[in-house]
Unconditional design. Sequence first.
Length: 158
Amino acid sequence: MTDDRRARPRLATVICIYEAASVLLGVASYCILTYSHSIHPSVADYSAPLLQSVVIWLRYVLALTAAIALWQMRRAAFYLLAGRVAIALVLFLVSLLPATPLISMQHEYLMSTTEVGGMIHIISATFLIFHACIAWYVYHITSPQSPSRGVSRSNTLP
């Protein structure tokens, strides 16, 4: 069996580092929040429902395995990143569903909550598009039909 993997472009290396760093940052923030709640109970408990926790950890696993597969320039990196984008898309669409309104809220708080919610949706959509672009790029550089199309020698690492 021959190994026909190509040289890794610099942008692919940056994507590998980004995916690994995002996992590291996510796990670190989860640990810090859990630790801060355990040492001082007045800190808000950010525990997520079980299904949401499973989805978050699944996205971390997909990102880390995609980074490893992309580092090795395997086609599986695209499928892992596409799965991560699909999960993010479903979560984004679910977040757009209207929540039950709180009747006891004051009008000024309702307005600021709406504005913050809108900003969160815009930022989430931006990251979703960014991750879809990463998956599309990985699709092109790991495609078996194009052996080194678009990857010049000056854009590869030794």
